[in-house]
Ligand binder design. Structure first.
Ligand SMILES: [Zn+2]
Length: 144
């Protein structure tokens, strides 16, 4: 797959400072859509799946995912925070992190929530949540 055909590589190279939550040279956390708390965690190096992440990046993945889901939960007050990796539509290993609040209808809960993003867009609240997640993530990573 060429890099130009990968929408995760594209997000990594075109994301604005406002979309970037974290970047350390191995991993990036960015907001792919203006849905409050929805984040994408992905390695900066293109790969074909989880099996293709190098050891250094693999060792960093656990602390990042723990800190990110905790920061998203705290910033949004969500009951649950999903982290989803499918690797079908994007062959670049990434997690989509999605908070699920108490107000989300029962029939939207679980993996089907990803298909509801258009109905959950709230750009103003998303920007506020992004700022909170940045702050909380920094504090949480300092303890991991
Ligand atoms: Zn890629």
């Amino acid at each position: 797959m060429s890099l130009t055909a990968c929408h995760i590589c594209e997000l990594g190279s075109s994301a604005t400072d406002a979309q970037i939550v974290y970047r350390d040279g191995e991993w990036t956390i960015a907001s792919p859509v203006p849905v409050p708390g929805w984040m994408m965690l992905f390695p900066d190096r293109h790969n074909d799946g989880a099996w293709d992440v190098d050891e250094k990046a693999a060792l960093r993945l656990g602390p990042l995912l723990v800190a990110l889901t905790g920061a998203v939960r705290e910033a949004t007050g969500a009951e649950r925070v999903y982290s989803m990796y499918q690797g079908e539509n994007a062959l670049h290993f990434h997690f989509l992190v999605m908070p699920r609040g108490a107000d989300v209808p029962q029939e939207w809960r679980g993996a089907g929530l990803v298909g509801r993003h258009a109905e959950l867009v709230d750009a103003d609240r998303s920007a506020v949540v992004l700022d909170k997640v940045r702050e909380l993530l920094g504090a949480r990573l300092g303890t991991l």
